[in-house]
Write a protein that binds this ligand. Structure first.
Ligand SMILES: [Mn+2]
Length: 479
């Protein structure tokens, strides 16, 4: 719906005092990669019931990554990606986003019914800000479908998609709400240095064949190419956020001999190669990582081939041939041939299942001292601080409170006249120690409530009040 119409329509409502609650990062998808499990879904439904039954009108703000289109099925295959004429990476078409949405709807009728129930009260409203996992809300057909599913008419003024960089609720001009991904270079939607994230410049471009597709940020490509395929085996691989922490704790361990099985090592090798050589030569020199060479003795695949037993090598050769990979020499010879090892690495990165359960003789080594990934000293990204700095810069024109999400790390700071809240996430998170060394990947395989607790937070503005507070809805902490 059209933004101007929204604002004129809302004025009347804002004269009345209303409750306002902000949550983010629910990452609702479907199937194997879905992070929104039954327990979390029940918590959300109870929250909606509570919030919808406070005395008076209420506005719920879903501040980005409400739905996770990147991980909703279908989540693999070359049809999901393309590029613009200038090489800008692109991902889903509108039709693909709609197919994903249909699958999300099938997996989570309870959530959508609860939102519909919330909106059944004629004085309640819903505002949805897209995040980096749901830029799909920039597609008109995706918005229409959600509006219909929530029982509203197409021209309803009680649902608002904020297709702009930030949301300043009418009547609460002191408050700025943003998902925050635009301050995170891995997940911002920049095309040739220019941000595309507004109605006039949506993150949608034509591919070479003329089809319109979403712009694919680096983080999304990272998931589609490298992590989604591992998520079936390591269900929590995508719960370790932000990205810099994932790299420090698990990326590093994947490249430490003996600390990760081969599929993880290959995925991280490929991912770092992509991040370093493709993604950031296009924008800023971000991470400054020294990736392991794609070829040569430090490559984890070469290392594995050299240390494997004959039966293990034969098993990999058999799996490769079954998968259609033309293996016209022995793996031993291949390991010495840079020109041959690169396509094999590509193939295995696309099909990590081929090396599942290989390389795990290294399990015996788990628990010994990890080596170190050579991260350049320039590598000092800190998303939590980057988003706070972004909020401090964006807080102009009477704004004294900023609310963001995205990092999945709850955070609060009041300083220099600005109160900043990060509401964290409504998914389980990896509980880490302050100076955590590398951890073995097997942790990511465990469906462990102890390692992956949750802490569900919301920011609340009470009717007529001029301040916001961050509240804890429910949590499950490690015992
Ligand atoms: Mn996000």
């Amino acid at each position: 719906m059209n933004g101007r119409r929204f604002f004129s329509a809302v004025r009347a409502i804002t004269k009345m005092h209303r409750w306002l609650a902000i949550i983010s990062d629910l990452h609702i998808s479907d199937g194997m990669l879905d992070d929104f499990d039954d327990e979390l879904e029940t918590q959300l439904i109870e929250f909606l019931d509570w919030f919808g039954n406070l005395h008076g009108p209420a506005e719920l703000v879903l501040n980005g990554d409400f739905l996770d289109f990147v991980q909703a099925s279908p989540w693999e295959g070359s049809a999901l990606e393309d590029e613009a004429i200038d090489g800008t990476p692109l991902c889903f078409t509108q039709a693909q986003s709609l197919e994903k949405l249909a699958n999300i709807e099938r997996a989570h009728p309870r959530t959508l019914d609860a939102l519909k129930q919330f909106l059944a009260s004629q004085s309640h409203r819903l505002t949805i800000l897209p995040g980096n996992h749901d830029p799909d809300f920039f597609w008109p057909a995706v918005r229409s479908r959600i509006i219909g599913r929530l029982g509203l008419h197409a021209d309803s003024n009680r649902i608002h998609f904020c297709l702009d960089r930030g949301y300043r609720p009418a009547g609460l001009e002191w408050l700025l709400i943003e998902h925050g991904h635009r301050y995170d270079k891995v997940n911002s939607f920049r095309v040739n240095g220019h941000e595309r994230w507004s109605i006039d410049e949506p993150p949608i471009l034509a591919a070479r064949n003329g089809d319109h597709r979403l712009v694919e940020c680096v983080g999304t490509r990272f998931l589609i190419r490298f992590l989604n395929g591992l998520d079936a085996r390591y269900p929590y691989v995508d719960n370790v956020k932000p990205f810099s922490r994932f790299l420090r704790i698990f990326g590093a361990s994947a490249l430490t001999p003996g600390w990760a099985p081969l599929d993880a090592a290959i995925a991280v090798t490929k991912m770092l190669g992509y991040v370093t050589h493709t993604a950031f030569t296009r924008s800023d020199d971000l991470l400054g990582i020294d990736p392991p060479a794609n070829v040569g003795p430090s490559n984890p695949l070469v290392r594995w081939i050299r240390s494997a037993t004959d039966p293990e090598r034969n098993e990999l050769a058999r799996r490769l041939q079954d998968s259609g990979f033309a293996l016209d020499t022995s793996l031993d010879f291949l390991a010495d041939d840079p020109a041959a090892i690169a396509p094999l690495l590509d193939h295995l990165a696309r099909e990590p299942a081929l090396v599942a359960n290989l390389g795990e003789h290294d399990q015996a080594l788990l628990g010994t001292e990890p080596g170190t990934l050579s991260l350049k000293e320039a590598y000092s990204i800190n998303e939590t601080e980057d988003l706070y700095d972004g909020a401090a810069n964006a807080a102009i024109g009477g704004i004294n409170t900023a609310v963001m999400g995205h990092t999945h790390e709850p955070f609060q700071r009041a300083q220099h006249g600005l109160t900043y809240f990060n509401t964290g996430s409504w998914t389980r998170y990896y509980r880490f120690a302050k100076e955590e060394p590398s951890r073995p990947w097997r942790i990511l395989q465990q469906r462990s409530y102890e390692t992956f607790p949750y802490s569900l937070r919301y920011v609340l503005v009470k009717p007529g009040e001029m301040t916001a507070t961050m509240e804890l809805w429910r949590e499950r902490a490690r015992e």
